[in-house]
Design a protein around this ligand. Structure first.
Ligand code: ZN
Length: 134
């Protein structure tokens, strides 16, 4: 249930861009996830000279929310001023841990806003005990 538009999420996501740490890719990404109570939790991408240690903005936002005791979410907005911020496979799996197939994933740039569901981005998710029909 969305209680308002995405303006608040977008404003918060844009405000966090300056906190991104992405000296290697130069690709700034922020994410704001809204919990079931309307609380907003931000994340930014944080890269590392040992590339595999980097964390994406989406996972940073989810982990921040979980750290604060939130595990049910309404939607996430992912923003980049540098291009369309499609979430990587790891982030899609992390979202799938907490969110249903119809969970809204909003991708924003300064020039576009696109709405997806988690199932559109991550069909046939991995889940313990889940067996896809084949
Ligand atoms: Zn990712």
């Amino acid at each position: 249930m969305q209680v308002n538009g995405i303006e608040e999420l977008l404003t918060k996501a844009k405000a966090a861009v300056s906190n991104c740490y992405c000296p290697y890719s130069g690709f700034h990404v922020t994410a704001v996830i809204e919990d079931e109570n309307g609380g907003l939790h931000s994340g930014v991408n944080v890269e590392n000279s040992s590339y595999g240690l980097a964390i994406c903005a989406e996972r940073a936002a989810v982990f921040s929310a979980v750290t604060r005791g939130q595990k049910k979410f309404r939607r996430i907005l992912i923003y980049s001023p540098d291009g369309e911020p499609l979430p990587c496979g790891a982030c899609r799996q992390v979202l799938a841990e907490f969110c249903d197939d119809d969970f809204p994933v909003i991708l924003a740039t300064p020039h576009s806003i696109k709405h997806y569901t988690l199932a559109e981005l991550f069909p046939l998710r991995f889940k313990v005990g889940f067996t896809p029909d084949k």
